[in-house]
Design a protein around this ligand. Structure first.
Ligand SMILES: *Cc1c(COP(=O)(O)O)cnc(C)c1O
Length: 433
């Protein structure tokens, strides 16, 4: 466990935001998403203040695909940061709670006509163009509406990083962005510059997710500023904005480094320092810096509570603990074998002597939450907690097998409240014809 003030072992019981998981499960039932509001607020503060003190002009835009609901937009707005959205639904959700639309950066490799119309009508601050088709479509929509939209272009700097590794290649096969190395990026830049209803403010890149290696961020900054320098010297283009995306790695399980909220400042310091150095060294204009952390703001804030059901011991082979949730609330193991730490929420001080795989209740063999966990002996009815589920869990949930998506409860200072209400069976058939 990566313990902190708001996630503690108190006499063998797991307590989050001052509330015991046991009392949360009694009050709200399981499966249940629990979100530590203080953690999110601390992360926003650390990122916002570090960017300001280490770099200056810039904006943290919370990548809301990690966890999107009305309450999270209210919280990040109160914390004074912007948001990145990737769909009309996310824009609509943010707008419905009065989120300042000029602080939204709209991404996506295939934004639909309806989504672009919505973004323009809402007054979204920046739209990140990701194809020639989109550039032309957006320009003609702006012409019809008689407006000029500020845009960035997504480029692919040839640095790709995931988890603990990164590769530097001239990789040109990504569905996202325009490759710098093969000349595609320059071509779209020249095209967008020729469109009179788009104002090109700068470039965007996002090199991956769950990245620990600082070298990959340094390399991305070097590549992007090399390109800014080239564009200035050879094409006379100077940009005011640089958006370097997100991707900061968090703690999920053994092998991931454990960080406190303050430690996360290191990512921002590193990028700021590298960028300031590049700006001076390469003689380019100091850009307004946008960073888009998603996972790191909400990931460790969340945990999911389940109740153990069937415990199946396949002699000399494997033990399964089946829970009342599964891939419908957390599809990340099924998608890409994501690792999680699982604890027995009321038995934290008992010896861990039972090796088991936590299985979901869906009709899929691949419906697993975590493999080979070490827990104290598990009995039916035990409260099981899966940690670091704040990012890409609720936002990836589905009604597969017509299971109900669990509610989300926020905890802070010993109090709890719903952020997302529970679904019921009527909700499932609401749109059925
Ligand atoms: C997903 C995404 C992010 C956030 O990535 P995290 O790993 O959650 O920090 C930021 N920017 C863009 C464009 C993304 O697609």
């Amino acid at each position: 466990m990566n313990e902190r003030e708001t996630l503690k072992n108190v006499d063998g019981k797991l307590v989050v935001g001052g509330v015991s998981c046991e009392s949360l499960s009694k009050k709200y039932g399981t499966p249940l998403y629990v979100v530590d509001q203080c953690y999110i607020e601390n992360m926003c503060t650390v990122f916002r203040d570090t960017l300001k003190s280490e770099y200056g002009d810039g904006m943290i835009a919370y990548a809301s695909k990690a966890f999107s609901c009305k309450e999270i937009y209210r919280i990040v707005n109160r914390m004074g940061i912007g948001a990145d959205s990737v769909s009309g639904g996310e824009i609509f959700t943010a707008k419905s709670v009065g989120f300042p639309m000029e602080k939204i950066c709209f991404h996506g490799n295939n934004k639909t006509l309806n989504e672009l119309n919505l973004a323009l009508d809402c007054g979204v601050g920046l739209i990140v163009v990701d194809s020639f088709y989109e550039a032309d479509l957006l320009n003609s929509l702006c012409e019809q509406k008689n407006t000029v939209q500020r845009v960035l272009i997504r480029v692919n700097p040839g640095v790709e990083a995931h988890t603990h590794h990164f590769i530097q290649t001239a990789k040109v096969d990504s569905k996202f962005g325009f490759s710098i190395d093969n000349g595609d990026a320059l071509e779209i830049i020249e095209h967008v510059q020729s469109l009179s209803n788009l104002k090109l403010e700068g470039l965007h890149c996002h090199i991956g997710s769950q990245i620990f290696e600082s070298k990959s961020f340094i390399l991305a900054v070097e590549k992007m500023t090399d390109f800014y320098k080239l564009l200035k010297e050879e094409n006379g283009f100077e940009f005011d904005v640089l958006n370097l995306g997100g991707g900061f790695g968090i703690w999920y399980a053994d092998g991931d480094s454990k960080k406190s909220c303050n430690d996360y400042a290191e990512y921002i310091k590193l990028i700021s320092k590298t960028l300031l150095d590049c700006v001076n060294r390469k003689g380019i204009k100091k850009p307004f810096l946008i960073l888009e952390p998603g996972r790191s703001i909400v990931g460790e804030a969340g945990l999911t509570l389940y109740t153990a059901g069937a415990v199946k011991e396949i002699k000399n082979v494997k033990n399964y603990v089946a829970i009342d949730g599964g891939m419908f609330d957390n599809p990340r193991f099924a998608l890409y074998q994501a690792k999680y730490t699982v604890v027995s929420a009321n038995k934290l001080n008992e010896p861990k002597n039972f090796k088991c795989t936590i299985a979901g209740k869906c009709c899929e063999s691949g419906d697993i939450i975590a493999e080979d966990c070490l827990l104290p002996t598990v009995n039916t009815g035990d409260l099981i907690a899966v940690l670091s589920t704040g990012a890409y869990n609720y936002s990836m949930a589905s009604n597969y097998n017509r299971n109900l998506i669990p509610p989300v409860v926020m905890v802070k200072d010993g109090e709890s409240r719903y952020a997302v209400l529970p679904q019921n069976y009527e909700d499932l058939v609401r749109n059925d014809v």
